[in-house]
Every structure is written in C-alpha cells, then in structure tokens.
Design a protein around this ligand. Structure first.
Ligand code: FES
Ligand SMILES: [Fe+2]
Length: 349
C-alpha cells in the first residue's frame, strides 16, 4: 500500500509550469510518422506545451526540427499544420530560411547590417526516428532516443515493424484532465471491470502480467492470451505506458501509438496513430476492422472517468488516498517517477 500524490499536483498552475521545465522539456515526444515526410520539403508544425515547433525534411533528405519562430522578431514561419515548402518565408517581414535552417535572405536590410548571418539560422531542436515514428526533444543533454526507449526496443522487436503494416490514419482528442491523472489511469488495469465493461472484466485480472521497467521508465502489460482462451483476441499483445506521456500497443496484427501532450494543468491533447496487418490477420481468421473502433471506445471511456476524477481532484476536498501494491503497481511506479521529477518543487507559501 502506498499513499497517492497530493491533489494539488493535479490542478495547480505552478506545478504545471515546474513540470514544463523539469519533465516535459527533458523527454522525447512522439509527434508524427516518418511517412508524413516522404518528400523533401514536407513539414509539420505543431505546439508542444507552450513551444511552437516544426519538423521538416530538408532538400538533402535529412529530417530536421526547429522552433517555428524567426530570428528577426519572433514571427511565425508557417501558420498551417502541414505542407510542403522549398524554403520558409517568415509571415511577418519576409526573412527567408532554407529547410536546413540556414538564413538565406533578409529583404530590405542593408549590406553588412547583420554581422554574422551564418549564426542567425533557425533554432534547432533534436529529431530522431524509431519504428517509423518521429520524436522531438528540446533538451540537448537528454539521452538519445534509443536509450530513452530502453527495454521498449527489445519488446518491439518481437512484433511486426510499422513498415510491415498498413497505416490506418491518426486521430486527435482532447480531455479536460491533468496528464498525471490520465497516466495514473493508464498504468493500472484495476478500473477495467467498472469502466470498460465491454472489454470483459476478467480479461486483465486473468491474463495480464504488469511489470515496471527502469530501463526506459515504463509500465508494461503483457496481455498475451493463452491458447484456448478467447480466440478472437488473437494471441500476443503488449501494452506500454512510458513516462511521461507515450503509449504503445503492440498486438499480433496491429499496432497503435499515442502521445499524451500536456496542454495546461487541467487539459491534455491526445494524438493516436494506427497500423494494422489485415491480410495476415485474415489468414488466421481475425478481422482487423474492429480493432480501431474498440480502441476508440476504450479511450473515450478512460477520458470520461479521468474528467470526472479531475473535477474531484480540483475541488480540493480529496485528502489523498491509497494505492494497492497488488492492483496498482504501475500507478505506484508512475507516481514515484513524478515524485522524483518534482522533488525540487518549492510548495507555494
Ligand atoms: S519577424 Fe520574421 S522577418 Fe521579421
Ligand atoms: Fe482504461
């Protein structure tokens, strides 16, 4: 048995601001699929917490990431979410940058007015790919992506890569809850019987091994179904909640990945990407068509309960509760990671 995190961690703006610097900035974030950058000049722009960013495949074919802001007076380089460009022209006064970030033109500026144009390129961020997924990180000193993923890389090797599957698209959702509230929920199967009745209340209790992995800081649910259980559930499966906000669901014939983007103390944006292997599944008598709608239903149920919990946490009436070592080891682990990351947080007077 362990005590839960105190309620104010879930709704105070001061805590969220601290987390931006101490947690969000220091980790990798899944932001796109590699296939979205098939051609040189393909870009995607997005906001990660308060940071406006963009990822682009430059004219040499290299994937690059930058802050979506101009070195002149912080104008935006692009307003739209995605597209294709030969170069970027700032929307404010028209400074021009190559897709590699180099400053090319500064219309109207006198010759020599910019002493060192070579040092005035776009501000770079880190970009790395794994399994067809594109991640960004704002911290130069953070571990490389593969080290950050830790044991996830080995687990993923036991399943089909995204390059062997068909991409079925992505979806965005928002939820009015704190990112830790969603994380607490995603790290345990204790709620399944009550919240996801259609999933079958026996499923998680009977067939799931939950383990916490320090090498990668994640909670892993081995949901492989033993022979003779429910044939329609199609064999092996492994679900992951990786700190601070990455979910990966590996299954025999499908894969989905989800990013939990904190937006404010009481709101998150979820982005989910889906792949499947319909032909292979059909050979084994499994229909992939229901995987995504079922998954959407489960997420909607999770969002609904987390939003209700958020109201209660923010009410200030919750004196703190208890977590079961038996039922909620993943949530205990997740909250330990949060506590460690926030150990220097100075409580407001
Ligand atoms: S802010 Fe970009 S050109 Fe002025
Ligand atoms: Fe759930």
């Amino acid at each position: 048995m362990t005590n839960t995190l105190a309620h104010h961690y879930y709704h105070q703006a001061e805590v969220f601001d601290f987390e931006c610097e101490q947690i969000f900035r220091r980790h990798w974030w899944l932001v796109a699929t590699e296939a979205a950058f098939a051609t040189n000049g393909d870009y995607q722009a997005f906001k990660l917490m308060q940071w406006p960013l963009l990822v682009v495949r430059d004219q040499r074919g290299e994937l690059r990431g930058f802050y979506n802001l101009c070195r002149h007076r912080a104008g935006p380089l692009v307003d739209d979410a995605r597209g294709q460009r030969r170069d970027f022209v700032c929307r404010y006064h028209g400074w021009r940058y190559a897709c590699s970030g180099e400053l090319l033109k500064t219309p109207g500026f006198g010759k020599g007015e910019i002493a060192n144009p070579g040092a005035m390129g776009l501000l770079p961020i880190r970009v790395a790919c794994w399994n067809g997924l594109v991640f960004v990180c704002l911290d130069e000193t953070a571990p490389d992506l593969i080290d950050w993923l830790g044991d996830i890389v080995g687990i993923a090797a036991g399943y089909d890569a995204t390059s062997d599957m068909r991409f079925d698209g992505d979806v965005e959702k928002t939820a009015q809850c704190n990112w830790k509230n969603y994380g607490d929920n995603s790290c345990e199967g204790y709620h399944v019987g009550m919240v996801h009745r259609a999933l079958g209340s026996s499923m998680l209790r009977e067939s799931v091994d939950i383990d916490c992995y320090d090498n990668g800081q994640f909670v892993g649910f081995d949901v492989s179904y033993g022979a003779g259980k429910d044939a329609s559930r199609a064999g092996r499966g492994f679900w992951i909640y990786k700190f601070p906000g990455l979910l990966l669901h590996f299954a025999e014939y499908a894969f989905n990945a989800e990013s939990v983007f904190p937006v404010a103390a009481n709101s998150i944006r979820l982005q989910r990407w889906f792949w499947s292997h319909a032909e292979k599944a059909a050979l084994h008598g499994v229909d992939c068509a229901s995987i995504r709608p079922n998954s959407e239903k489960v997420i909607d149920e999770d969002i609904a309960i987390c939003e209700r919990v958020q109201i209660n946490l923010a009410s200030g009436a919750y004196p703190g509760g208890l977590l079961s070592t038996e039922q909620e080891p993943g949530t205990i682990y997740f909250q330990q990671l949060v506590r460690t990351a926030l150990s220097d947080f100075a409580e407001p007077e």
